[in-house]
Design a protein around this ligand. Structure first.
Ligand code: ATP
Length: 359
């Protein structure tokens, strides 16, 4: 029987190295592929490519590098800078997964080698539901490492072609496996943050490179001026630290009013939202619902999933009604919908109409 072939996305970290080693052990013919996303330190950068090359040498598999810096600049950096400029806090990882990683990797694997299977070191699982005839994306066994939230942008074609060899392992088991395989990356430290943050030192340092500082007012909901800021892009809804305003009770960012260059702050109680509108939906494990749906929603990576009703609104989006009002519902971040461990779909949280620019 012909050997099964797979292209593994290698970032130079321990997870993707171990995923590749598992597939070699399972008898696959494995090709390592690293996407060159940006210069500098950290994974996804030039430095990670060297570690990825070392792993391929160790596993005795070929290693290829594809220069994706232009795509990354257009799809991720420009998207982020535009979003921050408009007073939202975009989530780059889920966009990156679809538009920079999975779709291009699959295309490259098919066109270059005629291979229609890819793998990554993500912590998530894929199963096939023969009743619905759809692939389902599920949370990883290790809930503390589960990365399904960042994968809500994938479609059926991607799921059909993808293997997540680590989805059934805990992170500790992955490290043990990496040590057993003697991988050069076995003891490599975890990436602590967004790759962009790692490569630039901080999100502020990254944004300062692209967005000019612009002094503006920090106001409360009544429009009283409480302080000054250096640019709305330095703030996120729900943020408490770094406001530099003395108040009897802690103040939180409630909204970013980019057109008026204002940061609106208030007390915690004012930062609770009963619902949010979610647009640009991608339904993964089910067809788009046409009637209200009981589900759980996760509004941030590693936030708990909370009970909600998903109410179809129009062709662009849904209203998500939380069972309990939620704190820090942040426009630009993803609202990802689950039923137990099955990821149904997700989309982008919109600015509430009563807080949209001009109010
Ligand atoms: N530049 C890249 N080129 C190819 N594949 C990549 C690249 N960056 C990430 N991946 C793939 O996406 C997976 C998840 O990436 P993520 O950035 O979340 O890193 P991670 O969980 O720290 O994993 P790792 O330890 O492998 O870096 C990786 O395991 C890898 O398979």
């Amino acid at each position: 029987m012909a050997q099964k072939r797979v292209v593994v996305g290698l970032s130079g970290g321990v997870d993707s190295s171990t995923a590749a080693a598992c597939l070699v052990t399972a008898g696959y013919e494995v090709i390592g592929l690293t996407l060159w996303l940006m210069p500098g330190k950290g994974q996804c950068c030039s430095e990670g490519m060297v570690d990825a090359a070392r792993i391929c040498e160790q596993l005795n598999i070929p290693h290829h590098v594809v220069d994706m810096r232009e795509v990354f600049q257009g799809q991720i950096i420009d998207y982020l800078v535009a979003g921050y400029g408009q007073g939202v806090t975009p989530l780059p990882c889920s966009q990156c997964n679809r538009w920079v990683k999975f779709a291009p990797m699959l295309q490259y694997a098919q066109q270059t080698w005629g291979i229609d299977r890819i793998a990554t070191g993500h912590y998530a699982q894929i199963t096939y539901n023969s009743l619905t005839q759809r692939y389902e994306l599920r949370r990883a066994v290790d809930r503390t490492k589960d990365q399904s939230y960042f994968l809500y942008t994938l479609n059926q074609e991607h799921l059909a072609a993808t293997l997540f060899p680590l989805g059934g392992y805990t992170k500790a088991q992955t490290r043990e496996l990496a040590a057993q395989y003697g991988l050069a990356t076995a003891a490599k430290p975890e990436s602590q943050d967004l790759c962009l943050v790692e490569s630039h030192g901080s999100m502020s340092a990254f944004l300062d490179r692209y967005v000019a500082p612009q002094t503006g007012e920090i106001v409360n909901q009544r429009g009283q001026v409480l302080g000054q800021h250096q640019g709305v892009h330095h703030y996120t809804v729900g943020q408490r630290r770094g406001l530099g305003i003395a108040a009897p009770e802690p103040l939180y960012v409630l909204a970013l009013d980019a057109p008026r260059n204002r940061v609106v702050v208030g007390y915690r109680q004012e930062a609770l939202a009963p619902d949010c509108r979610v647009d640009r939906l991608n339904w993964v494990s089910m067809a788009p619902p046409t009637t209200p749906l009981a589900a759980q929603v996760q509004i941030r990576y590693q936030a708990p999933a909370v009970d909600c009703w998903v109410i179809p609104a129009d062709e662009n989006g849904v209203m998500v009604q939380f069972a309990e009002p939620q704190f820090g519902v942040t426009p630009g971040q993803a609202a990802v919908l689950y039923q137990d461990d099955v990821l149904l779909g997700g989309g982008i949280i919109q600015t509430p109409s009563d807080k949209s620019p001009g109010w």
